[in-house]
Design a protein around this ligand. Structure first.
Ligand SMILES: NC(=O)c1ccc[n+]([C@@H]2O[C@H](COP(=O)([O-])OP(=O)(O)OC[C@H]3O[C@@H](n4cnc5c(N)ncnc54)[C@H](O)[C@@H]3O)[C@@H](O)[C@H]2O)c1
Ligand SMILES: [Zn+2]
Ligand SMILES: [Zn+2]
Length: 365
């Protein structure tokens, strides 16, 4: 079928809005008509030339919409169902079977290669030109998307569907890192480095967890103001040269949990340095440099944990976030600003500049 999609052809150029051909759903696949799609930092990876991702490519991995058709063997959803789309996994490897699909052996292949696991793409352009798709098993910067029966999560049809896509990646990552991966305990302290979409969701989740000291760190003072409104008890500007000392003097012996979303080595080392013995530091930001940690600093029971997608099972965690939102305890919609699909470049820029925490594109009609 013909669809409208935002294509990255040249890493430096704006998105190209094009009509593409999308294949019919094959075995285990689900055709979704998009309502809205969030923009996550990971969507700009094909713009980094050194990463050598395939182009032309359609990204987008925080889609939400209505199931239009299902392929052979799909039983988890039916046409008409409302779904949020999350990351894809195989369901059969040891980590999938033990409830850790974000650590699926085929995670990179299914989510970040731009192709289905068998190397094909469901998208093509003029004259049959292959266009990389299947980004996080969805490529949802489009009017329609082919997902899989492993990455769609059925939700109630009384919810604001167009706003829910970010629950599939950025918001899930921040919230589940705190609630599932690090299992933050009531009465504990946590420092969140980088209060963008992922960090802000971590702040919301820390409040849900009952953390009583919630520290937000960012370079953007407007984001720190919002973090305080959403539950941070203290905020610091990451440019403060004595940040590490301030964190230790605030908490006495350091924080129980630290969570880095910046990927910046200096911030990660500050986060690890702020841990009290037995503390846990979760890392989700994309890192570009090696880290050097002081000898024996970790020996005192300190832990550093790399986290993908919060270690969540989307079919379990997304309904939990929605239930918390219904009770007013997880106001993730405060992070969202909507944009028309044709304003995708402005939306991306607003996120990169720090002006908007979570842009959501309304699907083209
Ligand atoms: N591991 C995963 O599963 C996963 C999932 C989603 C996103 N991510 C990654 O997480 C990171 C954060 O994503 P996001 O959508 O929240 O991005 P974002 O740009 O909205 O947020 C990052 C924040 O960090 C702040 N920051 C940057 N450098 C800083 C510094 N030196 N000191 C203090 N603050 C600093 C920025 O001002 C910004 O507010 C990205 O690298 C993204 O690719 C990882
Ligand atoms: Zn797997
Ligand atoms: Zn993402």
């Amino acid at each position: 079928m013909k669809i409208t999609a935002a294509v990255i052809r040249d890493p430096q150029a704006p998105y190209s809005i094009e009509q593409l051909e999308l294949a019919a759903p094959g075995p285990g696949e689900v055709l979704v008509r998009m309502a809205g799609v969030g923009m996550c930092h990971t969507d700009v990876l094909p713009r980094i030339p050194e990463l050598e991702l395939p182009r032309p490519i359609v990204c987008g991995h925080e889609g939400a919409g209505t199931v239009q058709a299902v392929g052979p063997g799909v039983t988890v959803v039916a046409p008409g169902d409302h779904v949020v789309m999350s990351f894809d996994s195989c369901g059969e490897c040891a980590n999938c079977r033990s409830g850790h699909p974000a650590y699926c052996q085929t995670f990179m292949l299914r989510n970040l290669s731009g192709f289905r696991p068998d190397g094909t793409t469901p998208l093509s352009g003029d004259g049959g030109e292959p266009v990389a798709g299947s980004w996080f098993g969805q490529s949802s910067f489009a009017s329609h998307s082919l997902a899989t029966d492993r990455n769609v999560v059925k939700i109630g049809d009384d919810l604001p569907l167009e706003l829910l896509g970010p629950l599939g990646c950025g918001i899930q990552t921040g919230a589940a890192s705190v609630l599932v991966a690090m299992r933050a305990r009531p009465g504990s302290s946590i420092a969140v480095f980088g209060t963008g979409a992922v960090g802000m969701a971590a702040v919301l989740a820390a409040r849900v967890a009952g953390c009583t000291t919630i520290i937000g760190v960012d370079l953007n003072d407007a984001r720190l103001d919002l973090a305080r409104e959403l539950g941070a008890t203290h905020t610091f500007n990451g440019a403060d040269l004595d940040l590490g000392d301030q964190l230790l003097s605030l908490t006495g012996d350091g924080v129980q949990y630290a969570f880095d979303t910046t990927g910046a080595s200096s911030m990660i080392l500050t986060a690890i340095g702020a841990l009290r013995p037995t503390g846990v530091c979760g890392l989700v930001g994309v890192q570009t440099e090696p880290l050097t940690i002081e000898p024996n600093f970790l020996s005192a029971g300190r832990n550093v944990m790399g986290i993908l997608e919060g270690d969540a099972v989307p079919q379990v965690f997304i309904p939990e976030m929605i239930a918390l939102w219904r009770q007013g305890r997880f106001p993730f919609d405060r992070l969202i600003q909507t944009f028309a699909f044709g304003d995708i470049d402005r939306a991306e820029q607003s996120s990169l500049s720090g002006e908007v925490v979570k842009p959501v594109l309304l699907a083209p009609t």
